[in-house]
Design a protein around this ligand. Structure first.
Ligand code: TXA
Ligand code: MG
Length: 359
């Protein structure tokens, strides 16, 4: 840290308050001086440092307790600047993907020498993202250097979608936390690598697999997106081999039709204290039949409102950590793997360590 204490700077989401830019300039200055700043994006909050400064980036690993072999994404305010940090010229894929940037998309390309090996964890490729969120965009523009940033959570915990999550995990470990309100998407960006032929989807997100195929043609899906990695397997994205998105209490996914799920929940014993993260329709159907002392209910939105599920799940999973003496967490899933559902399912699979109760 370069400041004595963490400073929390609240800005308006659309940068309409008169001192917003002044606050972002202060934070950008901290980045250029080698400090650390947490900032909102449309996906989740990031924990940033100057990507050209190895020492600054080391603080990211330290603050998060992140394994050194897990590389960082670099953030830019404009995709045209990518050529300064990675080899985009020979990449037909990058040219095609540019129309999805800014947005919730991360692209992996061969890196240039100016990006230190600390950032890429000794890999020859670098991950690059241009966020769309207004606060992120202005902050990155003011930084005027690429900003390396993983999600702003303690390693292994669900990613932060509200400033309070960042404060809970990283207060006193970073110089600045920019509070720019809740993140719109609520799940981390889609990651696609252009270092394979065809390109490979490494992490699903709000830029869907279908949208990538429309843009790039054939796209492979990394095996780790939907299944557990074998211990001897090499991860395409090193981050995928670590335990992820998990609250303290064991999570179980509930798959099956509405009536069977309702029946299963009604048969759960009250001697187990459970959190139930359910669709609004489930909650309505159960109303009056649940003991609120033993069953804590959380609403992830209407069954067909997938953006609402994406927006709510990390926040609800984090909230379960605040419930004392909880035995189990159950989360309802749709079973669908298309569009944004793939990203929701992928995160929930990891949070549940692949435990699905098929009803
Ligand atoms: O939405 C997001 O992507 C957020 C915001 C802050 O931008 N960031 C984020 O970063 O989720 P992080 O570090 O939590 O996840 C990045 C993932 C990790 O699994 C990492 O292993 C992978 O990207 N990754 C980064 N650089 C890579 C590279 N050069 N090759 C393969 N995988 C890479
Ligand atoms: Mg992360």
């Amino acid at each position: 840290m370069i400041l004595e204490n963490t400073q929390i700077l609240k800005v308006s989401k659309n940068l309409t308050e008169k001192d917003d830019i002044e606050k972002l300039s202060f934070a950008a200055d901290i980045i250029r001086k080698g400090g650390t700043v947490c900032f909102p994006t449309e996906t989740v909050y990031g924990l940033g440092a100057n990507a050209l400064d190895s020492k600054a980036c080391e603080q990211i690993f330290e603050a998060k307790g992140r394994p050194q072999d897990n590389p960082l994404i670099i953030h830019l305010d404009n995709a045209d600047k990518a050529e300064n940090y990675c080899h985009t010229k020979d990449s037909a894929g990058f040219v095609k993907l540019k129309h999805l940037m800014p947005g919730p998309l991360t692209v992996i390309l061969p890196k240039k020498d100016c990006i230190p090996m600390t950032v890429t964890a000794n890999l020859p490729n670098v991950a690059l993202r241009v966020p769309e969120n207004k606060v992120a965009h202005k902050f990155l523009e003011l930084c005027d250097v690429p900003v390396a940033a993983p999600s702003a959570n303690i390693s292994g915990k669900p990613s932060p979608t509200k400033a309070q999550h960042v404060i809970d995990d990283l207060f006193s470990k970073v110089d600045v936390i920019i509070d720019g309100g809740d993140c719109d998407v609520g799940l981390e960006s889609t990651i696609v690598t252009l270092a394979t032929e065809p390109p490979t989807l490494l992490r699903p997100g709000a830029v869907t697999f279908e949208a990538l195929c429309d843009t790039l043609g054939k796209v492979d899906v990394a095996q780790s997106v939907l299944s557990e990695m074998r211990p001897d397997e090499k991860a395409a994205a090193p981050g995928m081999k670590y335990k992820h998105y998990a609250p303290c209490t064991p999570v179980y996914l509930l798959a099956g039709d509405d009536d069977k799920v309702k029946e299963y929940i009604l048969l759960l014993s009250d001697s187990d204290k459970c959190a139930l993260i359910l669709f609004s329709e489930d909650i309505k159907a159960l109303s009056g039949n649940i003991n609120p002392e033993a069953k804590i209910i959380m609403d992830m939105g209407a069954k067909d409102d997938i953006p609402s599920h994406a927006h709510a799940i990390f926040s609800h999973l984090r909230d379960t950590d605040k419930i004392p003496e909880l035995d189990k967490v159950f989360v309802r899933i749709t079973g669908d793997k298309s569009g944004l559902n793939l990203a929701v399912f992928n995160r929930l699979l990891k949070a549940a360590a692949y435990k699905i109760i098929e009803l």
